[in-house]
Design a protein around this ligand. Structure first.
Ligand code: G3I
Length: 351
């Protein structure tokens, strides 16, 4: 597929009351992970995406296996199309991801490369991909899920072949290739204060102390209608903000046991509202990003049998109670001008 084959969303700019307009009043980006197939083939997908959101994350198309399938072959068509769609619709892009232990191409996983060769491969990959999209990307997930639940470093391809220095190198390479992008460490299960978030705190503190360019921390938030401990989430966000890091909610989805019921939809809306409230109360929180937006396209049902309906539009692209909860929460920024919390958010830089 050629660059630019996906048109701008019908209807052009967002109408009043779209989430992106409300979010801009709160000085945060709002948006989903995006899949190429439905963007190309389902008009309501592109229309909803372009109307409602200000940032998108390629769900798979910038990962190693899709974008760098053979050692000397890159495949940019899908990522180009998503970046082009974002540009045409006044959206920015959150790049995902340079270093991860999943979706690694076979040539890399099974290759017998020396440590120096692995560093050269990592450098070339980051320079090539980050360089190509420099100027179009607000933030990059430079390293994804490098920490175990006990806080130790995960024994990945990168760890075993390069050593723990791979983290410093990845961020340095990304900073060289795109000096204007925010460089983010992204992980799951580290939203509250626990052994994993303690390990990540130590990791990023070390990176900062060594002068490595890291600007943000991503909280994935793949959670259930049971929610999370919001007080602990707020405390956790604050300690990372105190390191002068920006904070990103990167992959929020709130799965429910199926079938869908009104009670479960209400519980889900409450969880979405709680996470948004925590972001709006924290000046360092720059983005509220979800891992998809329509229940027609979500990773959840195939990974969690019996669960689903995790997003804010249903399978027919109709807004769910969770959508209304977000609109209501974001709407407070426009009306609460006397509130110092919202004033401090509105003076932040994210737009
Ligand atoms: O593209 C191939 C296709 O060619 C093939 O025919 C088909 C057969 O199974 O597989 C397709 O690839 C799938 C890919 O999604 C694209 O649809 C993979 O099998 C499947 O494993 C892959 O799942 C992705 C998963 O990451 C991989 O671990 C999900 O879509 C994606 O939502 C998920 O995203 C991750 C984030 O990157 C990191 N955080 C957690 C999050 C959820 O797991």
């Amino acid at each position: 597929m050629l660059l630019g084959a996906i048109p701008a969303a019908q209807g052009g700019t967002a109408g009043a009351g779209a989430l992106r307009d409300l979010a801009s009043q709160c000085a945060i980006w709002i948006g989903p992970a995006v899949a190429y197939g439905p963007l190309l083939g389902e008009p309501p997908y592109a229309d909803t995406l372009g109307r409602e959101f200000s940032i998108l994350t390629p769900e798979n198309d910038m990962k190693w296996a899709p974008i760098h399938p053979q050692q000397f072959v890159y495949s940019f068509d899908r990522a180009d199309a998503l970046v082009s769609f974002a540009g045409k619709n006044g959206m920015t892009v959150h790049g995902h991801t340079f270093v991860w232990h999943n979706q690694v191409p076979a040539w890399l996983a099974s290759g017998s490369f020396t440590r120096d060769e692995m560093i050269d491969i990592l450098r070339d990959h980051i320079y090539t991909v980050a360089g190509r999209y420099s100027g179009s990307i607000a933030a990059w997930d430079v390293v994804n899920e490098a920490v175990n639940d006990d806080g130790s470093l995960r024994n990945t391809l990168w760890f075993s072949r390069i050593g723990p220095e791979y983290l410093d190198l990845a961020f340095q390479f990304a900073g060289d290739a795109d000096p204007n992008a925010r460089l983010v460490y992204n992980d799951y299960g580290a939203e509250v204060i626990n052994a994993k978030s303690n390990g990540i705190y130590d990791l990023v503190s070390g990176l900062l102390a060594r002068g490595v360019p890291i600007h943000g921390l991503g909280f994935q938030l793949h959670i259930t209608t049971g929610g999370i401990d919001l007080q602990s989430f707020a405390q956790n966000m604050q300690r990372f903000a105190d390191l002068s890091l920006e904070l990103y909610i990167t992959e929020l989805d709130v799965r429910m046991q199926l079938p869908v019921t009104p009670e479960r939809l209400a519980a889900q809306a409450n969880v979405y509202a709680g996470i948004l409230g925590a972001c709006l109360a924290q000046p360092a929180c720059k983005a509220f990003q979800m891992w998809g937006f329509t229940d027609a396209h979500s990773w959840v049902p195939s990974f969690f049998p019996g669960f689903g309906a995790a997003l804010i539009f249903d399978e027919m692209y109709q807004p769910k109670p969770a959508y209304d909860a977000l609109a209501q929460g974001l709407g407070q920024c426009a009306t609460a001008t006397a509130n110092s919390v919202f004033r401090s958010k509105a003076s932040a830089t994210a737009q």
